[in-house]
Design a protein around this ligand. Structure first.
Ligand code: P53
Length: 482
């Protein structure tokens, strides 16, 4: 199949996050992060968030795929695919093990120096998320995560140290991964990973939502202050936000469904609205007011938000969202999750994620119209069960099919719709620990890693069929999609 050629300099590559692949969870001075107290789950069983590390439980992030000791070989494989960019995160707890220290941990800083050097050896541009679901556990337990204003300073200190240290090695940054996911404030996993909030049993929706808006505010201020500092440290830095974008569709053409979809989108886009515009959108400001949440927002915060707007909008795209006013009336929308229904026109993955390639083109158009900023697809992909054959090969036509259809839509958005797109970094380019379920067997990679949900395996790496396919896509700059 022939696709369109992407503009010169388009960043083809892949994406991962520190806690999902590095392992070495307590080596070289690394502290415990919130990901280190999460057990393995499954497609039907959520991960447990334990009170500290309990001996005998299976914590898949502790060892993950041991990228910490395998990164040279892994980067070499990515270079072989022709990667122009590689997105990962800096584990906050390698740099500030508890999060509130004054001085950083040199061994942690050194690891990322070496990793970034390894990328540059092959002309691969690192794309770095500062906070990707790996907030120091100490900040969660002792401070209540981002419900505490002190976290702003701790995050900004972490950001400043990274910006200064990697000033000449990293150009592309993002502050908080999928900051908008916490709009589903009843999801304990998303609240813990996004903002370091552990809700007490029996807390009601109102209390949870108020805490979410407070935490989101402090994170948005922390992000803005970091962006401002980053630009001072290196004016060439490109610092973006990162959201989990999902275009919202009304289940029917009824006005109630359409209005519900609009309201849903306003509340979901609130996070990127603030990141890009430097101020709260009216709809959400009114909503917060009306509900009596009154977060602590100072005049200085407002100035910070204005002075630290982002350079681009990074986003993950996995699926679209369909809502029905039969579930929630537009004026009664609180937890966004409650409005969602299945889209009867779409197929689902083995984990129930809807597959909607056209939704990616729609996303690119919506985001362009809303923000007038360059966009960057920093996650997209299919989590699937793979089978490694006796000879080491892995045949994954379903993954190729998924990616091909999404790339096709992305290319149409760039060429036919005029979207300004920086690059495409599919998720989990090497098999890693799933964030949502903690599984190894929910695989996204072009590179297979021999390890299962029980933690057994040799960690041996092998190329899937999708490896050679993606290599051709990159080589042809998007033209050869066969
Ligand atoms: P997993 C929820 C909804 C959308 C994206 O997810 C999400 C999540 C969290 O599970 O996470 C992003 O591994 C995230 C990655 C994550 C990836 O999507 O649950 O930024 O860390 O691994 C895929 O299949």
């Amino acid at each position: 199949m022939t696709g369109y050629t992407m503009p010169k300099g388009f960043l083809w590559g892949g994406a991962v996050a520190a806690h999902q692949l590095e392992g070495a969870w307590n080596e070289d001075g690394k502290g415990m992060s919130v990901a280190d107290v999460m057990t393995v789950g499954s497609a039907t069983k959520p991960r447990e968030i334990t009170n500290g590390v309990i001996p005998g439980k299976n914590y898949p992030n502790h060892d993950a795929i041991d990228f910490y000791h395998h990164y040279k070989g892994d980067i070499k494989l990515m270079a072989e695919m022709g990667f122009k960019a590689f997105r990962t995160s800096i584990a906050w707890t390698r740099i500030f093990p508890k999060g509130d220290e004054k001085e950083p941990n040199e061994a942690g800083l050194k690891f990322y120096d070496d990793l970034f050097d390894e990328c540059h050896k092959y002309g691969i541009e690192p794309v770095i998320t500062l906070s990707h679901f790996e907030i120091p556990y100490h900040l969660v337990k002792e401070y209540g995560g981002f419900t505490n204003r002190k976290l702003i300073d701790y995050f900004v200190r972490f950001a400043r140290v990274c910006f200064k240290r990697y000033k000449n090695k990293v150009k592309y940054w993002m502050t908080f991964n999928e900051i908008d996911n916490q709009s589903s404030f009843n999801n304990d996993f998303l609240m813990a990973t996004n903002s370091g909030i552990l809700f007490k049993n029996g807390m009601g929706d109102k209390e949870k939502e108020a805490a979410m808006y407070q935490a989101a505010h402090y994170e948005l201020v922390a992000s803005a202050l970091a962006v401002k500092e980053g630009h001072k440290i290196n004016p060439d830095f490109q610092i973006g936000c990162m959201i989990n974008y999902s275009p919202v569709r009304p289940l029917t053409p009824s006005s109630d469904d359409v209005l519900l979809a609009d309201k849903f989108e306003q509340r979901r886009d609130f996070f990127s609205d603030v990141h890009v515009n430097g101020e709260y959108p009216n709809a959400v400001e009114d909503y917060i007011e009306r509900n009596g949440y009154r977060p602590d927002i100072t005049e200085e915060d407002k100035i910070a938000l204005k002075e630290g707007t982002v350079d681009y909008v990074g986003f993950s795209y996995y699926q679209s969202t369909t809502v029905s006013s039969k579930k929630v009336k537009p004026d009664e929308l609180t937890d966004l999750q409650e409005a969602i229904v299945e889209n009867p026109t779409l197929q689902r993955s083995d984990w129930g994620w809807e597959i909607d390639p056209e939704g990616l083109r729609i996303s690119l158009n919506h985001l362009t119209d809303r923000y007038h900023k360059p966009l960057f697809i920093v996650e997209n992909g299919l989590g699937a069960y793979d089978k490694r054959e006796a000879d080491g090969s892995v045949h994954d036509p379903y993954r190729i099919d998924y990616l091909r259809k999404h790339i096709e839509q992305m290319e149409k958005a760039v060429v036919l719709d005029g979207v300004d797109l920086m690059g495409y970094l599919p998720w989990g380019c090497i098999d890693l620990v799933s964030a949502g379920t903690g599984q190894m067997d929910k695989r996204y990679g072009f590179i297979y890693v021999d390890k299962n949900d029980k933690g057994e395996g040799t960690l041996e790496r092998s190329k899937k069929d999708s490896f050679d396919w993606y290599k051709k896509v990159i080589e042809s700059n998007g033209k050869d999609l066969d």
